[in-house]
Every structure is written in structure tokens, then in C-alpha cells.
Ligand binder design. Structure first.
Ligand SMILES: *Cc1c(COP(=O)(O)O)cnc(C)c1O
Length: 293
């Protein structure tokens, strides 16, 4: 064994053990996902619709309270394992998203906002998501918020960037916005009805999604929920079932802008198996990778 001089814990020195710990934790999470898929018969049956790639579940790292070095180490550990689909990153707070963006910009991450978005933070959120690479806002829960995001996406399209906070709504658009001036959004649904949780009520979710699908600057790409805070499998799964049914109703409507709304972001460290069994396409995992907060 090499004898190592005692070094202060610089980020560089910390990165090797961190990488190994993350690699182990990530392998366990991916195993849990695969086990859940196979228990549910999803791995074998290929339930994908015609023309779709074989369905799979993507992992989103919920990185709240983790600093940029930790996020980088975990992302690199997952990429190094070469499992295919690249890991996603999710941030809850616009401020954290903004703080970490410069340090992570080179990774070309796809970053999702998974916490509530106040309308006065929309510009900040879009700017930080753009710095990260590709972005998505999973927490759209009102038409007003969707319209605000959509108008800001269009206004910040590269061809005619206007000063932040500008009031001018009268300038003539030089041309149609480029196709890239579209942001992926999900509608967040509060399937459990718990007071503490954000999201539109299940009864209003289909109408909201149909309306969001019409908002220019946005592409409705799916649905998100936080499962009931309970260890009752039936209760938690019923919520996930509800989200899937809402998705199926929206996509099945055939309405304009709904065909791509297939993602189901549901399941966390405690309940990801149940979410996968109910058709999750993205599970959001924090503590199972990074440890207890
Ligand atoms: C923190 C968080 C997660 C991950 O939760 P864990 O229990 O740590 O896996 C997922 N989704 C959202 C919205 C979160 O805030």
C-alpha cells in the first residue's frame, strides 16, 4: 500500500473516495430500479408504444444541499459506469441552481427544476437552466405560471435578447422564434392531497395540462408528483397510478401539443420501487446517493 502524506481535505483529495462511494450508491439505486422493473414485468415485456425505444427509467439526482463538487463527483461516477442514459440533475431552489450553474456548466447536464417556482424567479431560473445545458421545469402547477415561463422563454430567445426586467412589450419580433426557444415543462400534480405539497389537484390536472400544452415557448413533456408521505404501499401506489392515468388521458386526448407529454417523474429514495411499478420514467433520488440530509 502506498503511504500517503496527511493532506488537508481539498476538493481534489476528497474526489477519489467520494467517487467510489457514489459509484457504489449509484449501482445500488440502479439495481433497485432494474429489480423493480423486472418484478413488474416491465423489463421483459417491452411495454413501449410502436416506434418508441424500449421503455426505461432514468435517474435524476436530487442534489439539494449538495455542493457543486459533490454533484460533479456523482455525475462523473454515474457516467463512468457507462450505463447508457445519462443521469439527470434536479434542483429545488432557484438560488442553489444559480449558484452551482457556473461550476457545472462544462458537464453538459440536463437539469430539472423540481421545487416550487415563484413567478418573480422565472428569469433567474431560465438563465441558470440555460447555463447548465438543457433544462426542464417539472413544477408547473398553474396556467399563470406556465404563461409567464413561456413568455420569458420567447423573450430570451437568442435572436432578440432584451434587457432583463425590461418593460417593452411593443417591440416587433424580427422573426418567428427559433425551434430551440422552447422549454420542456411538466405539470406537477398533488396526488396525495397533503397540504404541505405543491401541485395542481388531480381533478384539475387534465384541464391544466391541456392548457399548458397550448402555451407558446413551452413543450409539455410530462407530469411530476411527490408521493404520499406514508409507508402504506397501496396508498402511495394509488397516487402514482393516478398520475399515470392523468398522463394517459392527456396524451390520449390527441389534443395539440400533448403527444410528447409522456414522462412520469415520480418516486424518491423511499418509494422508487412502487413508482417504477406504476410506470415512472424518471425517479428522483437524493438521500440514497448522497446520504441523509
Ligand atoms: C429531495 C427531493 C427528492 C429526493 O428525495 P430523497 O428522499 O432524498 O430521495 C425528490 N424530489 C423532490 C421534489 C425533492 O425535493
Amino acid at each position: 500500500m502506498l503511504s500517503m502524506p496527511p493532506t488537508p481535505s481539498t476538493p481534489q483529495a476528497a474526489s477519489l473516495p467520494a467517487h467510489a462511494a457514489y459509484a457504489d450508491a449509484l449501482a445500488r439505486v440502479h439495481d433497485r430500479i432494474e429489480q423493480a422493473r423486472s418484478d413488474a414485468g416491465l423489463a421483459l415485456s417491452g411495454v413501449s408504444a410502436p416506434g418508441e425505444a424500449t421503455s426505461s427509467v432514468r435517474l435524476l439526482l436530487a442534489t439539494k444541499t449538495q455542493d457543486a463538487a459533490a454533484v460533479r463527483a456523482a455525475v462523473q461516477a454515474d457516467r463512468a459506469a457507462g450505463r447508457g442514459a445519462s443521469v439527470l440533475v434536479g434542483e429545488n431552489r432557484v438560488q442553489e441552481l444559480t449558484e452551482k450553474a457556473p461550476a457545472l456548466a462544462d458537464l453538459g447536464l440536463t437539469t430539472h427544476l423540481i421545487g416550487p417556482l415563484q413567478s418573480n424567479k422565472v428569469n433567474h431560473a431560465l438563465r441558470a437552466l440555460a447555463q447548465h445545458g438543457r433544462g426542464c421545469i417539472e413544477t408547473v402547477d398553474s396556467l399563470a405560471l406556465a404563461e409567464k415561463i413561456g413568455s420569458r422563454v420567447l423573450a430570451s430567445a437568442p435572436a432578440h435578447a432584451s434587457p432583463a426586467g425590461g418593460q417593452g412589450g411593443n417591440h416587433v419580433e424580427p422573426s418567428a422564434p427559433p425551434a430551440s426557444a422552447v422549454l420542456d415543462v411538466y405539470v406537477q400534480v398533488n396526488v396525495s392531497g397533503e397540504e404541505s405539497k405543491a401541485g395542481v389537484s388531480p381533478d384539475a390536472a387534465v384541464d391544466l395540462a391541456l392548457a399548458v400544452a397550448q402555451v407558446s415557448g413551452l413543450r409539455l413533456s410530462g407530469f411530476m408528483t411527490i408521493g404520499a408521505r406514508s409507508t402504506d404501499e397501496g396508498l402511495v401506489r394509488a397516487g402514482f397510478t393516478r398520475l399515470r392515468e392523468i398522463r394517459d388521458e392527456v396524451v390520449g386526448s390527441g389534443a395539440h401539443g400533448t403527444q410528447g407529454a409522456r414522462e412520469l417523474s415520480m418516486g424518491m429514495s423511499q418509494d422508487l420501487e412502487w413508482a417504477v411499478a406504476e410506470g415512472a420514467t424518471i425517479v428522483r433520488v437524493g438521500s440514497a446517493v448522497f446520504g441523509a440530509r
